[in-house]
Design a protein around this ligand. Structure first.
Ligand SMILES: [Zn+2]
Length: 339
């Protein structure tokens, strides 16, 4: 990407809609956190080793290992603050961030609410000092089952009464072990509680995974990689303008997409799908949002005006209130074209 396009992308107000809080913690930060908890002290080399994986299953285990190093509200506060700094530096105006409440409940069997207090402190500071807004999405791990997901979603509904920053719920984890359908009732309940609905779908399984997510009312689809194999599904997604949270680097790094040139992002855009670019787990994938825009330009020939359209899509696909969307969309339009 030329320097002027890079600067153009930085200046475009953007929303990041598919980002896992735990996947923004760097190995260096894990070392720093480990020094607060002497029993679990890590060297940098040990911390870096936690981030290594060879396939999707290994990636899920790495994610768990990192999450297990986050012990207190202060730990969550620090990683949240550093995440917001990294986002603000890239010109991200708003982010909707997954937090893996499912992993905290299932593996650690502790209450989530005290940890959340730390995330909120950092969120409010970021709003004040960096001018960036954050919404939280409580993510359940699908292969832990419906009962575990119920704990996560009920907690989201309960806490939302106090914290309006909790905007929605989602299911991540291993689609090969369960589709979306078993969560249908829980999704209906969450919607009735005022929560917005997202779902990782069609990342490691075929189009049936995406149909399943649509059938239970998901408003946004995370990844949606396998929609490319189903013309009827592609048509439905385009017609309904269902936002797809595309994560190019993530898909290649986990092996969900065999190689970069095979990624369907360009074909999706040309078919009129409502796509957004996202970084997913930046410190596990070596990605960031600017980098995803850079890839769109260098590998998939998106023009500067098309990158602007992607920024607009990210705002439109967000769960922000209409007045803030309008203001941000105007700001996107007002950024000068690179020379
Ligand atoms: Zn994800």
């Amino acid at each position: 990407m030329s320097e002027s396009t890079g600067e153009f992308v930085r200046r475009l107000p953007k929303a990041e809609l598919h980002l896992h809080l735990e996947g923004t913690a760097t190995p260096e930060t894990l070392v720093e956190l480990s020094e607060r908890h002497p029993a679990g002290r890590l060297t940098l080399e040990q911390a870096r080793a936690l981030y290594r994986y060879v396939d999707f299953t290994g990636f899920l285990m790495a994610f768990k290992a990192i999450t297990e190093r986050l012990l207190t509200a202060d730990d969550y506060e620090l990683i949240t603050w550093r995440m917001t700094q990294a986002l603000a530096a890239q010109g991200v105006a708003h982010a909707e961030v997954y937090v893996s409440v499912g992993v905290v409940y299932y593996w650690r069997r502790i209450e989530f609410e005290p940890l959340f207090a730390g995330m909120e402190r950092a969120r409010l500071r970021a709003e004040r000092e960096l001018g960036i807004t954050i919404f939280w999405i409580f993510d359940a791990v699908r292969h832990f089952g419906v009962e575990e997901a119920a704990r996560v979603f009920h907690k989201a509904a309960e806490m939302r009464r106090e914290y309006t920053s909790i905007i929605g719920i989602g299911i991540g984890g291993d689609e090969r072990r369960t589709g979306a359908e078993p969560f249908r009732e829980l999704y209906a309940e969450a919607r009735d509680a005022g929560l917005r609905l997202t779902a990782h779908a069609g990342e490691t399984v075929g189009p049936e995974g995406i149909w399943g997510a649509l059938n239970i009312g998901a408003e946004r689809v995370g990844h949606g990689l396998s929609a490319q194999y189903d013309a009827e599904l592609t048509e439905v997604l385009a017609e309904r303008q269902v936002p797809i949270e595309i994560c190019i680097t993530s898909n290649v790094r986990t092996g969900s997409c065999a190689s970069l040139p095979e990624h369907p992002v360009r074909r999706y855009f040309d078919s009129g799908l409502m796509i957004t670019l996202n970084s997913d787990d930046p410190t596990l994938f070596g990605s960031d949002l600017s980098g995803e825009y850079r890839l769109a330009e260098s590998e998939f020939q998106f023009t500067a005006e098309q990158l602007r359209e992607l920024a607009s899509n990210s705002i439109e696909a967000s769960f922000l209130p209409p007045d803030r969307k309008v203001a941000l969309l105007r700001a996107v339009e007002a950024v000068d074209h690179p020379q």
